[in-house]
Ligand binder design. Structure first.
Ligand code: TRP
Length: 334
């Protein structure tokens, strides 16, 4: 029996290189050996984008195409849409009795996100919605609906997983052994820095290269990347270890060329502009096969819908089975 993996992505934007080198490559490794559910978490995305439904809807298809483009195989991975599985919403209601409001307020992930979203939730989180505060409960429903045993996530998600485990334990304690306690599989052991050297990469920071970026967009971003600030003239020697251009070369440039980049930089034999141009070329080449794969889906949106429909109907069967067990345990199986 294969173990079950469940993970989710909020459809709020396209995937960038940080997603690819963190989560994406991990998914590709896992897809052969596990029963893999990959949720497009549109209901969760609405918890902090309730005022922007167009953005969420658009990105459901964008992110699905990105996933297929990096090589997620829909024959192996059940890609499904959260809003089409009513059992998740139903489980959320039942689990909400098992979580205190103060525990939700103390969840470090929720706290960090609220602090970032002042426009939406106020300077001190005083305008936080019931839905956003409660999204860890709904995420516990996401995981348990499919009896997820392993959950590949970034380290920022660990408090959500811990909260899910607490809910499972409490449920099993009160209603009898029903749910499986999931475990995290860390997928971004090394988080990719932005081109500006920022620890976090993101659309709003303008420091990320998206898988869908074209050469012009890539050029613009790479040309603005942070290099060794002590290097003023083209032939000044510099330290590649504090240069974001070298940092990205390490991802996409082959070994021999990379050694040349490093030694020429240290010896002052390489100008930053030439070095950036080489990186742009290599990034474009690196993204080419991903773009090629994506094109097939861009030209055929009904294929994307079909993949989501198939994944969703498979997922629904599994969730229906869970909800039967849960209602039975809770004595509401009338
Ligand atoms: N909260 C996750 C994120 O923001 C997305 C997500 C939704 C998720 N449901 C999930 C992750 C279930 C793991 C398991 O990235």
């Amino acid at each position: 029996m294969k173990k079950t993996i469940l993970t989710g992505l909020r459809p709020t934007g396209n995937l960038h290189l940080g997603h690819l080198f963190g989560a994406g490559t991990n998914y590709l490794k896992l897809q052969d050996d596990y029963e893999f559910f990959l949720e497009i978490a549109d209901v969760q995305a609405l918890t902090d984008n309730f005022n922007n439904p167009d953005k969420v809807r658009h990105n459901v298809y964008e992110i699905t195409m990105d996933l297929l483009a990096i090589g997620i195989d829909p024959k192996k991975v059940h890609i499904f849409l959260q809003s089409k599985i009513p059992q998740i919403a139903e489980l959320t209601v039942y689990y909400s009795n098992l979580v205190t409001v103060s525990r939700l307020f103390r969840n470090p992930t929720v706290k960090a996100e609220v602090a970032q979203k002042k426009e939406l939730f106020g300077n001190d989180g005083e305008s936080i919605t019931y839905g956003f505060l409660g999204y860890p409960v709904s995420q516990a429903a996401d995981i348990t609906a499919f009896s997820g045993q392993l959950v590949p996530v970034g380290d920022d998600q660990l408090p959500l997983l811990e909260q899910c485990r607490e809910i499972v334990r409490k449920f099993n304690n009160i209603y009898g052994d029903t749910l499986i306690e999931p475990e995290a599989v860390l997928s971004n052991v090394t988080r990719l820095k932005g081109l500006d050297g920022n620890e976090k990469m993101g659309k709003s920071l303008g420091n990320a290269i998206f898988l869908v970026d074209n050469e012009e967009e890539i050029s613009k971003k790479v040309m603005g990347a942070i290099t060794d600030p002590s290097k003023i003239k083209k032939d000044d020697p510099a330290n590649p270890d504090i240069c974001m251009v070298y940092y990205y070369h390490k991802l996409v440039t082959d070994n021999d060329a990379l050694n040349t980049v490093c030694s020429e930089c240290k010896a002052g034999k390489r100008g930053c502009v030439a070095c950036k141009k080489e990186l742009i070329n290599n990034l474009v080449k690196f993204l080419e096969p991903i773009k090629d794969r994506r094109k097939k889906y861009e030209e055929n949106p009904s294929l994307v819908k079909e993949i989501l429909d198939d994944g969703t109907s498979y997922a629904k069967e599994k969730a229906a089975h869970t909800i039967d067990k849960v209602k039975h345990a809770m004595k509401i199986d009338y």
